[in-house]
Design a protein around this ligand. Structure first.
Ligand code: ASP
Length: 449
């Protein structure tokens, strides 16, 4: 019984002393953000206009995200190089890689199925049909039925994963090409014997230094997350949820199914990692994911939580950076609900085969989606393309999605980050790379934030 209560507390971020300040920052951000939305002309302490406060909070929030993002590229590169060269033998790398693809695959497919099941059963798009003009709906219906799917765009997506110039990709912060190069480079390093030592040591130092910077940045987590939440909520207020409540409720229920049913089942079926203890271990990462809406920005925290609480460095440094970039099951679930929402809103009927094709496109679109705020809504363009549409044509429908995207993004990022950590834990268990004494001793957890 005690465990269940603890799980519940973990889920809502209560009852865990060390995180109270982040949790309070989120609640305060929601309340203050809604106040700003409802009183745009208010003056605080008799002299500060609400707009000047919003601008200030915007700067604080952006600064917080920027400093975290600042360490992401060195962290991802060094984690992959150190991870792969510490695994050493290529058989083990292959084993890790296969398991990783298997578990990330299962989780993402389940997310797409859950999203489709919920959206088709509860039909969130019907409620907004009144807001869509008839002519727009007619055009869209004609266009979708006349569309012959073309594979060209998917081909170019694959090509874009291969960097022509890795330094250019580094400078532009293109995560997938960077990871592609880092993987090949690290594999090569692991094959050249002792001569790799100088470069591996440099990357070990870079990894340690970026983790140290993360510790420093986290001192500012509470104000940063308060600022981000306030500015997000202040732009639309809480009332927007009543207009689009069905869509929001469906997405929310889908996320809860992933978080409270699918992941615990995966942990139980494929490993002996205790669910509530593990959620306790990664709670800081989940709260930061919620606050920043960025899996990449949360990556240093995800690594810190997993590593300091028992999962080996080998597994963390290989599985988590790849997961933060490629495994976006929360995003996939959200995109599935969005597509069905939009097609319902415009009166387009999708055949089962089309829904299956859309599912495949979503698996690709979500994994090419960067771990940054808002990326999931933008990569929907790729999926729409698969049924012959562009977001510009569906602007009225998109307006609803944009209005609430930040909050939905905070939720789906939390789900994305949780699944990365869950997969790392399962692989660590399968490969005897987990220290259960450290994981189970929650009383002794060192503070990360
Ligand atoms: N913000 C999400 C993430 O970083 C991606 C998305 O927009 O869905 O995981």
């Amino acid at each position: 019984m005690k465990l269940h209560v603890q799980t519940l507390f973990v889920a809502i971020g209560l009852g865990i002393k060390r995180n109270w300040h982040i949790f309070l920052a989120i609640i305060a951000g929601i309340i203050f953000g809604n106040y700003i939305f409802e009183h745009p002309q208010a003056v605080i302490f008799g002299k500060f206009s609400i707009q000047s406060i919003v601008s200030l909070l915007n700067v604080i929030g952006q600064a917080f995200i920027r400093v975290i993002q600042m360490v992401v590229i060195p962290l991802v590169c060094s984690a992959i190089v150190v991870g792969i060269s510490s695994i050493g033998d290529s058989k083990q790398i292959g084993k890790f890689g296969k398991r990783m693809l298997l578990y990330y695959g299962i989780i993402t497919i389940l997310a797409v199925v859950i999203g489709a099941g919920l959206a088709l059963s509860f039909q969130p798009g019907l409620g907004v049909q009144n807001f869509i003009s008839e002519s727009a709906a007619n055009t869209i219906q004609a266009q979708v039925s006349g569309y012959i799917a073309t594979q060209n765009d998917i081909g170019s997506i694959f090509l874009n994963m291969i960097p022509q110039n890795p330094l250019e990709s580094l400078a532009k912060g293109e995560m997938i090409p960077i990871i592609f190069f880092a993987l090949i480079f690290s594999l090569a390093l692991s094959k050249i014997g002792e001569i790799n030592r100088p470069i591996v040591s440099i990357f070990e130092s870079i990894f340690a230094a970026t983790m140290k910077i993360t510790d420093w940045i986290m001192i500012f987590a509470a104000p940063g997350i308060f600022a981000l939440t306030t500015t997000a909520v202040s732009s639309f207020g809480l009332s927007i949820f009543s207009t689009i409540s069905k869509f929001f409720a469906i997405v929310f229920v889908g996320f809860c199914i992933q978080f409270f049913i699918v992941y615990p089942l995966i942990l139980k079926i494929f490993s002996k990692v205790p669910v509530s203890t593990f959620y306790t271990a990664i709670i800081e990462a989940l709260l930061v994911a919620f606050g920043t809406a960025s899996s990449s920005a949360t990556l240093p925290l995800t690594i810190a939580c997993c590593e300091k609480r028992g999962i080996s460095h080998k597994v963390c440094s290989f599985v988590l950076p790849l997961g933060a970039t490629l495994n976006m099951d929360g995003t996939a679930l959200f995109q599935m609900v969005c597509i069905i929402f939009l097609t319902q809103a415009y009166g387009v009927t999708l055949e089962p085969v089309q829904i299956i094709c859309i599912g495949f496109l979503i698996i690709i679109a979500s994994s090419t989606c960067a771990g940054i705020p808002g990326a999931g809504l933008i990569t929907i363009a790729l999926v729409l393309n698969g049924i012959g549409l562009t977001p510009q044509q569906l602007l009225e429908g998109f307006a609803f999605l944009f209005a609430i995207d930040r909050v939905v993004d905070m939720l789906r990022t939390t789900v994305n980050v949780a699944s990365d950590a869950v997969v790392a834990a399962v692989i660590a268990d399968n490969e005897n790379e987990i220290d259960y004494d450290l994981l189970n001793d929650t009383e002794q957890y060192k503070e990360i934030i």
